[in-house]
Design a protein around this ligand. Structure first.
Ligand code: NAD
Length: 231
């Protein structure tokens, strides 16, 4: 079981140019979340939702991992195999492109498409459309493989098991406002883990953490990793 569980959010990818929810001129501000990040919005206008995630896939392809993603990859290779697990709310693939191997995408991945009829998942092409046929069942019911508000995140049982068994829980670049991820710190803490928040500003649940450091992810994450690796 991992000894360090790291939860990441949009803030770790902000300096790679991928907007957080709160960026004043970000992609999110031009769309209503209810339209593009809920099952009801998808039912109302699937083409709009595909356009939104196609644009995000395009942004993601043009972005590169930053020093914070790279530091977490160094942490994983610098410790014994299996000791570090990244649980990310992000749907980008910047952790993987930085070299992290143990990455769980609890909110899905831009890189994947999902069949709303049979649940099959496959590698998404650059652009998807609602009428694209599922490669498994043939139904024209393609959707982004993204967990929307009101849907159950992936791997929850496995994540809770990892949280209750870790020695250290670290939250990076997440506002602490979106559940269930915002509750992970309490689960880990109640099970005896140390907890640390690394964020630009105090999150909504900063008081649940034993320690907190504020600053840009590209500054504070490499600094913390260097401390852990003793360098
Ligand atoms: P959020 O936008 O609610 O909060 C981001 C947090 O990051 C804020 O607290 C902010 O202060 C902090 N932050 C911003 N810039 C930072 C920086 N340079 N260094 C460190 N911290 C910084 O994002 P969230 O908490 O991840 O919200 C959860 C939802 O947002 C998830 O569902 C996630 O899927 C979605 N999301 C994902 C992406 C992505 O995949 N890149 C982008 C936007 C939103």
């Amino acid at each position: 079981m991992p000894k360090i569980v790291i939860l990441t959010g949009a803030g770790i990818s902000a300096e790679s140019g991928l907007g957080t929810f709160r960026d004043v001129d970000g992609l999110w501000t031009r769309y209503d979340l209810n339209d593009v990040a809920t099952p009801e919005g998808f039912a109302r206008n699937p083409a709009l939702v595909h356009d939104f995630y196609n644009a995000r896939r395009d942004n993601c392809r043009g972005a590169a991992p930053n020093a914070a993603h790279a530091a977490l990859a160094r942490l994983e290779t610098g410790l014994a195999s299996g000791e570090v697990l990244v649980v990310t709310q992000n749907i980008d693939d910047l952790h993987e492109r930085a070299g992290s191997r143990a990455v769980w995408h609890m909110h899905g991945e831009l890189a994947c498409a999902l069949c709303a009829a049979c649940g099959a998942r496959w590698d998404a092409p650059a652009a998807t459309r609602p009428e694209d046929p599922c490669p498994a069942c043939g139904a024209p019911t393609t959707r982004p493989d993204v967990v929307w508000f009101g849907e159950m995140p992936y791997l929850m049982d496995e994540i809770f098991e990892a949280l209750t068994d870790c020695d250290l829980f670290v939250s990076i670049g997440t506002s602490g406002e979106v559940y269930p991820a915002a509750g992970f710190v309490r689960v880990a803490s109640d099970a005896g883990a140390e907890t640390l928040e690394l964020n630009l500003e105090a999150s909504a649940n900063v008081l649940d953490f034993d320690q907190q450091r504020q600053g840009k992810a590209t500054d504070i994450v490499p600094a913390w990793v260097a401390e852990v690796l003793g360098g």
